[in-house]
Design a protein around this ligand. Structure first.
Ligand SMILES: NC(=O)c1ccc[n+]([C@@H]2O[C@H](COP(=O)([O-])OP(=O)(O)OC[C@H]3O[C@@H](n4cnc5c(N)ncnc54)[C@H](O)[C@@H]3O)[C@@H](O)[C@H]2O)c1
Length: 436
């Protein structure tokens, strides 16, 4: 099938590459000229595990191409995916200007039947808005489909190739059949393609992300309470999670959720509620608790190292909002860095993939280390912000030797309390007893 993907970020590029992998002829459109030039030269512009292999294979096979011209994209594809940003607007709503802007141009440029697919995360009612904007200019027939994406950064390729489910929101038989044909190779093991109306599809995505953000946040509150009463959140987590109604996943406490999706999606659903005269009280609480949780380590740092951190050098392990990505959007590390800098600390950071992105944002406000051990050399303490695998079993002797004092503030509960006691560290984590 001939497919066009507009927007080549984490979602668009993975979508385009994986659709090419099943034999489709894919053209990706992006307004970012540098990015398109890089991709035309065979360079993957983001870090996403396994994407490079598929990317190279499909470019070489001539099934994956790139352009900056939307018109070319419209000549090419029958199905046009919109994988455009829907960032948080000032009032918390999803900014639809990218989606509606491209929709308008599609309406103007279309010369034959197209299926226009909203893959971006968009509020309820967006398919109607896209339809109206396209229809204003279109002279040919078209359908708009809502097809929210559930991939996780860090596992995006795997998630796309083997999705747990595919949601298609459409009231058009013709468009639904085309979408089912396109996705059939991805659900051979029997996972469902769930067909519904556009509004329900749009809400499914927000409901899923908001539920997961709520689950994380609930556990963070339990962790905070554990600290007050002397319980151990690890024990509570396992005790709870073995109940199959609750499940083991998404119960790990830490320094809050971040990233390009949960924060903006929870706020957008909350705002969508307000716009429809519904007050999502639970989401209000989730937003507030998570905002506080991002800097939950700061009171521990201050209680141990003092309010004034000038003269102190602190190492940071992990900058990405989660492991296996270079994405730093809404990363808790950035909030922690901000708090530490405002208290006068000098910071040395290491992250396996996200340092370039942080350097572009923060410049020389912090120092960037060549390795995790280089980061801790001559520092007064270590703060762990992201649970990258390489941080899980460090050489503790090297840590003791490099740090001026063996102090760790762990925002991801990577280490065993008993082991840290044995290894002689002063160790603070989330929802567990401090080792002093
Ligand atoms: N990142 C994720 O894990 C994820 C998962 C599921 C859903 N989503 C949703 O998918 C959408 C895209 O997210 P993302 O993370 O891929 O975004 P992104 O910011 O990584 O990528 C967006 C791309 O769109 C391009 N773009 C902007 N305006 C354009 C235009 N007018 N024409 C062509 N290209 C244009 C940008 O240059 C960029 O390359 C969002 O709605 C997001 O909420 C993201």
């Amino acid at each position: 099938m001939k497919i066009t993907v507009v927007g080549t970020g984490y979602v668009g590029l993975v979508t385009g590459t994986c659709l090419a992998e099943t034999g489709n002829d894919v053209l990706c459109v992006d307004i970012d000229k540098n990015k398109v030039a890089k991709m035309q030269n065979g360079e993957v512009p983001i870090y996403e595990p396994h994407l490079d292999i598929l990317f190279e294979r499909n470019i070489n096979a001539g099934r994956l191409k790139f352009t900056t011209e939307l018109e070319e994209g419209l000549t090419h594809g029958q199905i046009i995916f919109l994988a455009l940003p829907t960032p948080e607007d000032e009032d918390g709503s999803a900014d639809l200007s990218y989606v509606l802007g491209v929709a308008e141009n599609i309406g103007k440029l279309m010369t034959d039947y197209k299926v226009i697919v909203d893959k971006s995360t968009v509020p309820v009612g967006t398919a109607e808005k896209v339809t109206a904007v396209v229809a204003k200019h279109a002279t040919v027939d078209f359908d708009v489909v809502s097809n929210p994406e559930f991939l996780r950064e860090g596992f995006a390729v795997d998630d796309f190739l083997k999705p747990e489910r595919i949601v298609i929101g459409s009231s058009s038989e013709k468009a639904t059949q085309l979408m089912e044909r396109l996705y059939k190779p991805f659900v051979r093991s029997g996972n469902p393609i769930i067909i519904m109306d556009e509004k329900s599809a749009e809400l499914t995505k927000y409901a899923a992300n908001s539920f997961l953000a709520t689950k994380i946040t609930f556990m963070n509150e339990i962790a905070n309470f554990c600290e007050k009463v002397g319980a151990d959140v690890d024990k509570v987590r396992i005790g709870m999670g073995t109940d199959s109604r609750i499940g083991k996943r998404f119960l790990f406490p830490g320094i809050g959720y971040g990233g390009s999706c949960f924060p903006k999606d929870v706020k957008a659903l909350h705002k969508s509620g307000k716009d429809n005269l519904y007050n999502f009280q639970i989401l209000d609480a989730v937003i507030n608790v998570n905002n506080k949780q991002k800097t939950a380590l700061i009171p521990k740092v201050v209680s141990h190292l003092g309010e004034d951190l000038s003269g102190k050098t602190i190492a940071i392990w992990g900058l990405a909002f989660k492991p296996e990505t270079d994405d730093i959007r809404e990363a808790p590390s950035l909030y922690i860095i901000d708090e530490l800098l405002s208290r006068g600390a000098t910071l040395k950071a290491f992250d396996p993939e996200a340092m370039d992105n942080v350097q572009r944002k923060l410049g020389d406000k912090i120092t960037y280390a060549d390795s995790m051990y280089d980061a801790i050399e001559n520092t007064d303490a270590l703060i762990i912000c992201t649970e990258w695998s390489i941080f899980r079993t460090p050489n503790f002797q090297k840590l003791r030797e490099n740090l001026k004092a063996p102090i760790i503030f762990d925002g991801r509960n990577l280490y065993d309390i008993a082991e840290m006691e044995k290894e002689g560290f002063t160790y603070f984590s989330i929802g567990r007893k401090n080792v002093l």
